[in-house]
Design a protein around this ligand. Structure first.
Ligand code: NAD
Ligand code: WQD
Length: 338
């Protein structure tokens, strides 16, 4: 059995589906601070399994303890965190408190209740503006430019130190690149609150007429078309990486108590290329304009995925075109657009 913290959210709900489809029992724990029950209900519909859900704040150790007492899971996938980079700069304590305390509580309770395996949601943000591309897991982390990014680095370190020190614990940090898209059923997907900060939800909301115009942040970067390059990873592929990471630890195939894997496609795609592809595959015209650069953006980053390919036996499979179709199908579904 696997405890999925933050399992009502975007990546957590997709991962819960893949875990169930791979035969795992799952319990979802989430405080619904950035989600609602639609994610869990979507998972139940897709899988036909009445996955148990507990509304709990992982920062509330005693409440979380009840989940550990009640459910006999051996593994945890820890998604529960706040993730808005800009908000974390404006209110860093909110991010340090939520993201660090929830991580520490999960690890403490895993020790206390003798639960063995943990996968942590890390991020390519830990690499900052890397000197060499693509980035490998050995590429040095750069000083974080946001409290959010700092919590990812600190949680990686907490996990490394804890699993190294404590017998019976193993951990894998997955560094996600840019997760996008939705489940092929269009029953679960990303539900941004307010104005989306990320590119793909902004694109789909613009196509749906909720936003007037997409701003492409900069076309004067030193890249082939002047816009930034990122490694956009399909959320279902990303979800599957969690299943193999859990399996690796359960089967004792991990080579160290703490391991790190990049989870991306290995391709750098520009903002303008992504916008063009979205229009082409969905046969629509998107209102967009070139706008000034966004403060804090890295110019280019994409993953060297050979470690995940070779060690986990995992690779990104879904074509970008299909992912962009799924993103639009999801947006249409939640907006009731035919
Ligand atoms: P999300 O906001 O959709 O999901 C996070 C879930 O955690 C939400 O349902 C939220 O209600 C819950 N949560 C937050 N704090 C909690 C707490 N204290 N107790 C219980 N539940 C809590 O975000 P997501 O995109 O699915 O991200 C999942 C994880 O992946 C996060 O840790 C995020 O930092 C990380 N990540 C996301 C991206 C991305 O671009 N989406 C990239 C890299 C890493
Ligand atoms: C992608 C590209 C923008 C919006 C962030 C976090 C990172 C990780 C993923 C969690 C950039 C451009 C965007 C828009 C645009 N999250 N853009 N117009 O910045 O790579 O990463 O999300 O860990 O930590 O920093 O993703 O989707 O915001 O931007 O032109 O309206 O799209 O400039 O080049 P980013 P993003």
């Amino acid at each position: 059995m696997v405890l999925v913290s933050g399992g009502a959210g975007y990546i957590g709900s997709h991962t819960t589906v893949e875990l169930i489809e791979a035969g795992y029992d799952v319990v979802v724990a989430d405080n619904l601070s950035n989600s609602d029950m639609s994610g869990v209900e979507g998972v139940r519909k897709i899988t036909g399994v009445e996955v148990p859900f507990v509304q709990v704040d992982c920062c509330d150790k005693e409440a979380l303890r009840e989940v550990f007492k009640k459910y006999d899971f051996d593994s945890v996938i820890h998604f529960a965190a706040f993730k808005a980079v800009g908000e974390s700069v404006a209110d860093p304590m909110k991010y340090y408190r939520n993201n660090l305390l929830s991580m520490m509580n999960v690890v403490d309770l895993m020790r206390e209740y003798k639960r063995q395996n943990i996968v942590f949601s890390s991020s390519a943000t830990v690499y900052g503006e890397a000197e060499e591309l693509p980035v490998t897991e050995q590429t040095p982390r750069q000083a974080a430019t946001s409290a959010y990014g700092n919590t990812k680095q600190m949680c990686e370190d907490i996990l490394r130190d804890a699993v190294t020190a404590y017998e019976g614990l193993k951990g894998i940090a997955l560094r996600y690149f840019n997760p996008i898209g939705a489940h092929p059923s269009a029953l679960i997907g990303e539900l941004p609150r307010g104005v989306p900060q990320n590119l793909v939800p902004f694109i789909t909301q613009t196509a749906a007429g909720i936003r007037e115009c997409l701003s492409v942040f900069g076309n004067d970067y030193p890249t082939p078309d002047g816009s930034c390059l990122r490694d956009y990873i399909d959320v279902v592929d990303l979800a599957k990486a969690h299943v193999v990471a859990i399996e690796r630890m359960i089967e004792g195939k991990n080579k160290a108590k703490y391991e790190i894997f990049n989870i991306g496609t290995g391709n750098g795609v520009s903002v303008l290329e992504l916008v063009e592809s979205f229009q082409r595959v969905n046969d629509l015209k998107l209102n967009y304009k070139i706008a000034p650069r966004r403060a804090g953006d890295v110019v280019a980053i994409w993953a060297d995925t050979s470690l995940a390919n070779n060690e986990l036996g995992w690779r990104a499979e879904r074509e970008l075109d299909d992912t962009l179709r799924s993103a639009w199908a999801w947006e249409k579904n939640i907006r009731g657009i035919k």
